[in-house]
Design a protein around this ligand. Structure first.
Ligand code: NAP
Ligand code: MG
Length: 503
């Protein structure tokens, strides 16, 4: 306890009663107890104290949720709901998120540890805007028409067109770093496309997803269209992945689990979209504007305590500006105010869990062992909460684990490079390919580098900038498919070709 712990008396009365209530599973429009009769604790990362408990669903609960989602999809009413009605319901949900934005931001901060100011300024507006953006696609799903020239039926005539149909029942499995946004990234396109969905939040952060269940009911979605179940990934998530009546798994999480989902989904040929890990490179050329670069690099690695899949965790700086940039980053990193999420002065909160803090501390120790030079941070704070200092390593190289592996914490690994060719080689030397950034004031150099980087996103003179219109996803082991943009609708639809002979 102490100044590094949240002051829980500051919670809104809505959130106090939400936490005091026994959380249940949202299945078929009802809040039900898990058949296991078991619950699991939910912790405040700033203190390590239990704040509430959630239900441990079992495979039998997955069966119940699948039955509800199948009924709503196969029999109706969801399959009979018009696109305009789906659009209207998504707008209603976004309006409810907006109405309750302050409570949701507070709950998100408490559950995940992120600064309340960031939850308010980033997570909530992004979630609300995304729902509104994607709602419009419900009425804009369309196929194409064709004139055919079938070579073996020259005399016949055909009229042909394609239809885009919902993929069916979606199982969505999401991580704990941006719990509300990740939930909305799955719910929005699934519902716009006409799918029904079973959502399993991460066990470390189930709260805002459960709150969304209440808002889904209030918005008027029919029973069974959205089902939200909590419980362990190894049991509930695995039961979803292997379930014969789930048509698609939409997964965001680690590459290890994503690969195993890919392998298992082959048994049922489920559709999959996988948003996985990253180790995103940041390239700073010698003509970069340091006034833009320093805050950009810091936001890239320390936003959300480094728990961002797109975090710019590998820094490559052209030799002539390496020393001044590292000095500026050191000074800025040391001035970041670390504290409990609910304190509005906090710039970086605790990590989400004791496990995550331990993992990051082990990576920092490995960096020191392997000879990296510690420039800033490096310590876990002496507190009950899961704090780690903003950490920067210099003189790193690609033999080090801190450069090759995703840490998912506030740890930046920097090294100098000589020329553009070397920068590209280093940037692409990774099994991941989620995102990247380039800092430069020379457009020719930016244009040369952009196509050479093997990553789903290239940010220029910025990092961690997300917008509903911009597709986001990974090359290489960072995943399959794209979230957001119009591209995401392809992840939730099947294409049906219709070919009609006529005289
Ligand atoms: P994780 O262990 O893969 O967990 C993610 C989700 O999968 C959780 O809901 C988890 O449930 C569930 N899960 C765990 N094992 C499972 C299994 N065998 N079968 C089915 N589901 C299972 O990931 P994490 O370590 O918590 O999250 C951090 C990772 O997510 C990082 O690698 C990060 O890069 C990635 N991420 C990617 C993006 C993106 O858009 N590309 C965004 C955010 C995070 P439990 O919580 O119950 O374990
Ligand atoms: Mg995990």
């Amino acid at each position: 306890m102490g100044i590094l712990s949240n002051d829980l008396s500051a919670l809104s009365s809505k959130n106090k009663s939400f936490l005091a209530d026994n959380r249940r599973l949202f299945i078929g429009g009802q809040w039900v107890e898990a058949t296991s009769g078991q619950t699991f604790p939910v912790y405040d990362p700033s203190s390590g104290l239990e704040i509430t408990r959630a239900q441990s669903a079992s495979p039998a609960d997955v069966d119940r949720a699948v039955a509800a989602a199948r009924q709503a999809y196969d029999v109706g009413p969801w399959s009979k709901t018009s696109p305009a009605e789906r659009e209207r319901l998504l707008w209603r949900l976004s309006d409810l998120l907006e109405k309750h934005a302050d409570d949701l931001a507070q709950l998100e901060s408490l559950d995940n540890g992120k600064p309340l100011a960031h939850a308010r300024a980033i997570d909530l507006p992004l979630s609300i805007n995304f729902l509104r953006y994607i709602a419009g696609f419900a009425t804009k799903i369309h196929g194409r028409t064709f004139d055919l020239s079938v070579p073996y039926a020259p005399a016949a005539r055909f009229s042909a067109y394609t239809r885009k149909e919902p993929v069916g029942v979606v199982g969505a499995i999401i991580p704990w770093n941006m719990p509300l946004l990740m939930a909305v990234w799955k719910l929005g396109p699934a519902l716009a496309a006409g799918c029904t969905i079973i959502l399993k939040p991460a066990s470390d952060t189930p709260l805002t997803a459960l709150r969304i269940g209440e808002l889904v009911a209030e918005a008027g979605f029919p029973e069974g269209v959205v089902n939200i179940i909590t419980g362990s990934g190894g049991m509930v998530g695995a039961a979803m992945v292997n379930h014969p009546s789930i048509d698609k798994i939409a997964f965001t999480g680690s590459t290890a689990v994503g690969k195993s989902i890919g392998r298992q989904s082959a048994n049922t040929m489920k559709r999959i979209s996988l948003e996985l890990g990253g180790k995103s490179p940041v390239i700073v050329l010698d003509d970069a504007d340091l006034n833009v670069t320093v805050p950009g690099v810091l936001l890239g690695i320390f936003a959300n305590c480094g728990q961002v899949c797109a975090a710019g965790s590998r820094l490559y700086v052209q030799k002539s500006i390496y020393e001044p940039l590292m000095a500026a980053l050191e000074q800025a990193a040391k001035s970041i105010k670390v504290g409990p999420g609910l304190d509005l002065a906090t710039e970086m909160g605790p990590m989400v869990s004791a496990t995550q803090r331990r993992t990051v501390a082990e990576y920092i120790a490995s960096g020191l062992d392997e000879g990296a030079e510690l420039v800033a941070g490096g310590r876990a704070l002496e507190a009950d909460g899961y704090y780690i200092e903003p950490t920067i390593f210099s003189n790193t190289n690609h033999a080090m684990r801190i450069v090759q592996e995703e840490i998912f914490g506030p740890v930046l690994s920097a090294q100098p490079f000589n020329d553009e060719e070397e920068a590209i080689k280093l940037a692409n030397h990774s099994p991941f390919g989620l995102a990247s950034s380039i800092y430069s004031t020379n457009n020719n150099r930016i244009q040369r580098l952009t196509p050479a980087i093997k990553a789903g996103t290239v940010w220029v003179n910025c990092h961690n900038i997300f917008d509903p219109a911009l597709p986001f996803g990974g090359y290489k082991e960072s995943g399959i498919g794209r979230e957001m943009g119009e591209e995401v609708m392809n992840m939730y639809t099947e294409v049906k070709s219709v070919c009609m002979a006529y005289g």
